[in-house]
Write a protein that binds this ligand. Structure first.
Ligand SMILES: [Zn+2]
Length: 177
């Protein structure tokens, strides 16, 4: 299991009602599918109700994406909120019963190790779902993007080279003869 980037939230889990605030930052260096220019940074507020651990944060990052129209790399700043709830089992030790509360780990997508949040995995998930589906460079969909125009011209050229089109041209040429 990945132990990197663990953020201990045990104090919040054992003391329901106690609000904790963390300044987070991660460069997600292990991620191959994400090219970050500026790391994910943000502030996360943590509080437990006793049964539920609430995480609320506002984050931002700058990553390199590909323009959906022309394929050129663009620097995209992404800002996003994350608002998550995790089920807590057991009685918080702060109640003095000698028991101990623990965040319930989700089997298919574990984000906790004991009461420590896998910060990198968590923030990566948040960033990925908040990336623009069709990022566009400065030319947008309709602007005079030279790359996009070159690509469209090439596509037309390729269509002209289609066998059916060639046959048509041959026919035209024979008739001209
Ligand atoms: Zn573009």
């Amino acid at each position: 299991m990945k132990r990197q980037g663990l953020l201990d939230l045990n104090e919040a889990v054992q003391h329901p009602g106690t609000k904790l605030r963390f300044e987070l930052t991660t460069a997600l260096t292990e991620e191959e599918d994400l090219d970050l220019i500026e790391p994910v940074t943000g502030t996360m507020d943590v509080v437990s109700t006793g049964n539920i651990l609430l995480l609320k944060g506002n984050y931002q990052a700058t990553c390199v994406l590909e323009c959906a129209r022309c394929g050129e790399p663009i620097n995209q700043k992404v800002e996003f909120w994350m608002n998550d709830e995790f089920i807590v089992e057991g009685v918080a030790s702060g109640y003095g019963t000698g028991e101990y509360a623990e965040v319930v780990e989700e089997e298919d997508y574990p984000l906790f190790h004991k009461n420590a949040l896998m910060k990198d995995t968590y923030l990566r998930q948040g960033l990925l779902v908040n990336l623009p589906v069709q990022p566009l460079c400065e030319f947008g969909w309709d602007g005079p993007c030279p790359k996009a125009q070159a690509r469209e011209a090439k596509k037309q050229q390729e269509q002209l080279g289609h066998p059916a089109m060639q046959k048509l041209r041959e026919l035209v040429e024979t008739e001209e003869d």
